[in-house]
Design a protein around this ligand. Sequence first.
Ligand SMILES: Cc1cc2nc3c(=O)[nH]c(=O)nc-3n(C[C@H](O)[C@H](O)[C@H](O)COP(=O)(O)OP(=O)(O)OC[C@H]3O[C@@H](n4cnc5c(N)ncnc54)[C@H](O)[C@@H]3O)c2cc1C
Length: 289
Amino acid sequence: MKPAPFEYFVPEAADEALALMAEHGLEARPLAGGQSLVPLINMRMAQPGVLIDLNRCAEFAYLREDGDALVSGPMTRQRELELSPIVRRHCPLIAKAMPHMGHATIRNRGTAGGSLSHADPSAELPGVAVAMDAELIAGGPNGRRAIPATEFYLAELTTALEPEEMLCEIRFPKATENSRASFAEVGSHFGGLAIVGVAGQVEISASGHCNKVALAATGAGERPMRLTSAEALLTGQVLDERIIPDAAEAAAADVEPLEDLHASAHWRRRAVVAMTAQALREIASQGVG
Ligand SMILES: Cc1cc2nc3c(=O)[nH]c(=O)nc-3n(C[C@H](O)[C@H](O)[C@H](O)COP(=O)(O)OP(=O)(O)OC[C@H]3O[C@@H](n4cnc5c(N)ncnc54)[C@H](O)[C@@H]3O)c2cc1C
């Protein structure tokens, strides 16, 4: 199929892109890496009247440290997040999750902002952002506002962005030196979207106790979900086989999986338990302090 007709703009500055969004509002969609939007348009599952191509907005593509945060522009390519030494050092959970996202060719083109804004409940990066308590900075006619990742996802493919707003920056809190991270997922084939995934980051003290636990599941509800019962059970405990099975079971109560053609709700819930256990075991294997 061919896309329905649309107007096409290629702004070269962030202000220009934001002005176009303000002018065209509901009609407009930003085009980032196009890895999700272009197929949707070609299949006419999305029919935006206006496409605002962000690929020439160089000021939207950056990755830098800013105090206790690692800050990414929306047009930073997923491959850069995967390979960047500052990501590995300060946000190991991102580095662990990125190789699971499609193929390297997809990540060469796909962007941080595109994946986060697309809001596919099975996508890895939204789950990571929710686990890390990232802040998503929206820009619009009334300036910029920060939206906690935990409030950004409303439902499948639906975010808290207003029609005239764009995602302009992502702020990931840096992990402490003694944080350990893992991303575990199960899918039907290599390079495809996972069915269920679990992102985990645990700060472990020199004595082996979990100071701070952050866990989030993907593919287990309409949006990425924090596994708060499992987090509460683990906090203050030693991360070992005496607690991991119970924490993984607790995670089952934190999700609201739906049935679709890939898996039943029951299967997804059990997959959350299995992936939580797998992520926690990998974290435990990384040592303490
Ligand atoms: C074969 C294949 C396998 C894949 N496997 C995976 C996988 O395993 N895991 C995974 O997570 N993804 C997967 N993807 C999707 C891929 O990661 C996409 O790159 C990502 O979902 C969208 O990023 P993008 O930059 O391509 O955005 P686009 O496709 O350009 O845009 C996606 C959506 O986000 C909106 N958008 C883009 N930028 C902004 C912004 N700054 N502000 C507001 N809205 C914005 C667009 O309007 C559109 O609605 C796969 C894709 C393919 C083709």
